[in-house]
Design a protein. Structure first.
Length: 382
């Protein structure tokens, strides 16, 4: 293979001498994504806090989240109470008394996931507590065909259980405000329209059960990372019947936070084998588990960018390059470069794009007591 002449990337500068491994989260990008997606949908848009529960980031973005935040744990509730002034939705199949008390005290909207939760709320209301109007979570696979290759969805209730829960809540004097139907990650393209078309009949059923008009339906999200390329026209047409009779909302985390985050890691060692080069990084699956893709049927590793070089000279790799973490796990592989790429060197700084949602929290950071990734708030490295 012929060598390629290149202009070297910039050497280390003050702006890139940051402690690694690290994440950079850009609040301006988060707000831009939220505003753009909300405009494209033409509905309310609720933000899933679990996608990126970083306090410093939320402090800078929460003012823009005008339609509310979705919370799945007591830790997330503690994070937003007193700091996020929009409506808060508690959405988890795993309530306990502490979370329930916190939700009621903070005047959050509870999303009832099963009949047991409905009965618990009825008991609490019977003991004299005031319960705000609730939503009920729909098991999407009970309405439409499940996604192929996915395990069964255990969230929410089917039609029969929704009717039972609606009766329990109504008998206890708790108003059912609406329904929540989230089809799962990456579900918008394959079944967003089918879900929208199935919801009006379910709304009719619950209204007939409670004797009241519903006010609100959250159709979830599951938007892909490249959602800006989608034609939303057919989907908007599909939700029109719902939008004409009640308030429609959507929910997103990945589409809002995903491309607003970078993961940075430095090369600690470079090893050469007959068929490949291995670059050992100071951060791997322990700090960014999702990059390792151990839960994927096919591992399509990301090719990171060298954003700063420790030295000025460059040579072509001429072999595939695997970037690994520093743990003793054989699966700790986080990136790949082609043989045409520049050969990595000790001290080089690499950036992985699209690491703003779930990457920082969905990890095994306690493994080997490895150093956790730092977080920086600001513009990502170009």
């Amino acid at each position: 293979m012929n060598a390629v002449t290149r202009i070297p990337p910039p050497p280390m500068t003050t702006s890139t001498k940051i402690s690694t491994p690290a994440y950079i989260f850009d609040p301006e990008r988060v707000i831009e994504n939220y505003t753009a997606l909300r405009s494209r949908l033409g509905t309310r848009l609720i933000v899933s806090v679990k996608a990126n529960p970083n306090f410093e980031l939320l402090q800078r973005c929460a003012h823009a989240f005008e339609d509310g935040v979705d919370i799945a744990s007591l830790g997330e509730l503690d994070l937003v109470v007193g700091r996020v002034r929009c409506e808060r939705y508690i959405n988890t199949p795993a309530w306990d008394n502490t979370l329930l008390r916190g939700a009621i005290a903070s005047r959050a909207t509870l999303i009832v996931d099963d009949i047991t939760q409905a009965k618990t709320l009825a008991e609490v209301a019977g003991a004299g507590s005031t319960i705000r109007p609730v939503l009920m979570r729909v098991n999407v696979e009970s309405l439409i065909e499940p996604l192929s290759g996915h395990g069964p969805d255990h969230f929410g209730m089917n039609r029969d259980t929704l009717v039972q829960a609606a009766r329990v809540l109504s008998d206890a004097g708790i108003k059912v405000r609406g329904l929540h139907a989230f089809g799962g990650s990456h579900s918008f393209v394959p079944r967003g329209i089918a879900l929208a078309q199935a919801m009006p009949k379910l709304v009719d059923l619950i209204e007939a059960t409670t004797g009241r008009k519903l006010e609100f339906v959250n159709l979830g999200g599951g938007f892909p990372r490249d959602w800006r390329k989608l034609d939303f026209g057919p989907y908007l047409e599909a939700i029109t019947p719902l939008a004409q009779r009640l308030t429609v909302a959507h929910e997103s985390g990945r589409a809002i936070f995903g491309d607003a985050g970078q993961y940075l890691t430095r090369i600690l060692a470079v090893k050469e084998f007959d068929d490949r080069i291995v670059a050992v990084c100071d951060g791997g699956m322990a700090q960014n588990f999702l990059l390792a893709q151990t839960e994927a049927a096919y591992r399509n590793f990301q090719a990171p960018r060298a954003v700063a070089r420790a030295g000025a000279s460059l040579t072509q790799a001429n072999k595939p390059v695997t970037l690994t973490g520093s743990s003793c796990n054989r699966q700790d592989r986080i990136g790949k470069l082609g043989p045409e790429a520049d050969r990595p060197a000790v001290g080089d700084l690499y950036a992985f794009e699209g690491c703003g949602a779930y990457n920082a929290t969905y990890t095994v950071a306690s493994f080997l007591s490895l150093r956790q990734a730092r977080v920086y708030i600001g513009n990502m490295l170009s």
